[in-house]
Design a protein around this ligand. Structure first.
Ligand code: ATP
Length: 217
């Protein structure tokens, strides 16, 4: 059974550092579909710069032309903080016990896994696919607070991509993707200071930001 990819984020705004790795994972792992799941209230960080509806709209503009990418609004519809474990529980009950689920996270997010709500349940619900992100090395294991994530990596690291499709959950897979040193924080800062953000994110998203005066001074 082909795996379903799950890619959560604040997407404030969505940019090529999200989209290009997501496409490469989709291709390399032969995903059935990739669900982009924008969070309403991110549990780990300050309030987003753009309203939930604007972040959703930017995501829609970004993936409109990409078959296999779909936007899953369940976190937007749920009240309270967006915990990944709740999202995975509801996807698991919807997609069935046997479907391989792949939670896709950048290396920075993966290293913080030990601080996520009920994190130990996550590998029971899904595989974790970790994509490289510039500036974040998984080895040597030097990031403070990353002990739980690294222990999970040591324990559950898969030896081949095929193993992802042969079990519904439980493995950790490292996927080397094109490294793009782009962050939403940097895009918001450039926009705030009147710099050009072109070529960091899709043009349609850039136009939406300008037309709606997002991330301004
Ligand atoms: P911010 O700068 O506002 O913190 P961000 O650019 O890190 O935002 P998020 O929406 O917080 O984006 O990230 C969602 C997911 O995308 C996380 O798993 C994160 O690791 C991953 N990600 C974001 N940017 C990149 C990138 N340039 N390369 C690889 N992964 C990325």
């Amino acid at each position: 059974m082909r795996p379903v990819g799950i890619f959560g984020g604040t997407f404030d705004p969505v940019h090529f550092g999200h989209l290009r790795p997501a496409l490469e994972v989709t291709e390399n792992l032969g995903l059935e579909e990739l669900r982009l799941i924008p969070g309403r209230v991110p549990p780990h960080r300050a309030a987003p710069g753009a309203a939930p509806e604007a972040r959703l709209q930017m995501l829609r503009l970004a993936v409109a032309q990409q078959p296999g990418f779909l936007i899953d609004e369940r976190e937007m519809q749920r009240e309270g903080p967006s915990f990944s474990v709740d999202t995975l529980r509801s996807l698991r009950s919807e997609l069935g016990a046997d479907r391989p689920l792949c939670l896709i996270v950048g290396a920075d997010a993966f290293l913080g896994l030990g601080s996520w709500h009920c994190w130990e349940e996550i590998p029971r619900l899904a595989h974790i696919v970790v994509t490289h992100r510039p500036g974040w090395e998984l080895e040597p294991h030097t990031v403070a607070g990353a002990e739980d994530a690294i222990a999970l990596l040591d324990r559950a690291r898969l030896g081949s991509r095929e193993q992802l499709a042969s079990a519904p959950a439980g493995g950790v897979w490292l996927e080397a993707v094109t490294q793009l040193e782009i962050s939403a924080t940097d895009i918001r800062r450039r926009q705030r200071t009147g710099r050009n953000i072109r070529f960091l994110l899709p043009d349609a998203v850039r136009r939406y930001i300008d037309d709606n005066g997002l991330y301004g001074p």
